[in-house]
Design a protein around this ligand. Sequence first.
Ligand SMILES: *Cc1c(COP(=O)(O)O)cnc(C)c1O
Length: 294
Amino acid sequence: MAIISPVTEENICIEELKEFAGQSRPGVFMLRLDLIHPIISGNKWFKLRYNIAAAAGEGKQSILSFGGAYSNHLIACAAAAHAAGFSSVGMVKGLYAKETLTHVLQQCKLYGMELEFVSNEEYALKNDPDYRHKLQTKYPDSFIIPEGGANEAGRKGAAEIAHFIPADFTHILLSLGTGTTFAGLRNALPIQQHLLGFAPMKGGIYLRQEVEQQLQKNQNYNWAISDRFHFGGFGKMKPELAVFMQQFQEKYNFELDRVYTGKMMFGLQELLSEKALPEDSKILCIHTGGLTGN
Ligand SMILES: *Cc1c(COP(=O)(O)O)cnc(C)c1O
């Protein structure tokens, strides 16, 4: 079994978003982690790397993980497992997802992922120790990765994103799903750099507690999470967001994803127009990928 390689500078870049900032600031930039790989893009490569390595270390043959029918994590798992010579199993939320496979699930299958559809009630047990034990008994050759890669190995991988963030940026912006990337990055970023999190779901501020539990004591500063820009909830779209994303793409010649980074960048635009960030802040937005979901 192979492991997936570390990300190097060649795979990514930092792009200035010239028209975004207004005049007087040091500027707004984007860290293009979406360029890493067409499928295992953005933060997913980082979160999966040490999980795949752990699976290889334990001599497992297969990767098992969890996700919804539009899950960027699940498709990244399928592709990473395939690339590293593992088979894979996807536990998919919702029995109805079986009827018409989404594009994401079709692609999972193309990477050889075996899909098991479970009811919402069963899916809710995904982190329950007894349920895990049952799954492990059913799939003894599988290494189980939690939904969103939300474990120590996932955070360790996410911490490596900090290597690509130059020290002169004062504010780093990141979208959250499980908060795994956020926690991993806060633990690794120099403490003076502010980490601002955008939760794309209604009630997403519950992620504050999730993240706080994963932070080292000396790193529990200079971070904030807001769910103000949820646009009606997780995966929900509004016309003004669609227009914004379209205009963004025309200006900068690359896409944002509709679930995470589109909402984050809309939010940043609002914050800038409200002058909610200091004039002299140098802002780095992290493009966490996810374009397979578009
Ligand atoms: C998965 C994903 C996230 C969320 O990452 P977490 O580590 O679960 O918080 C953010 N942005 C994109 C584009 C994603 O695909």
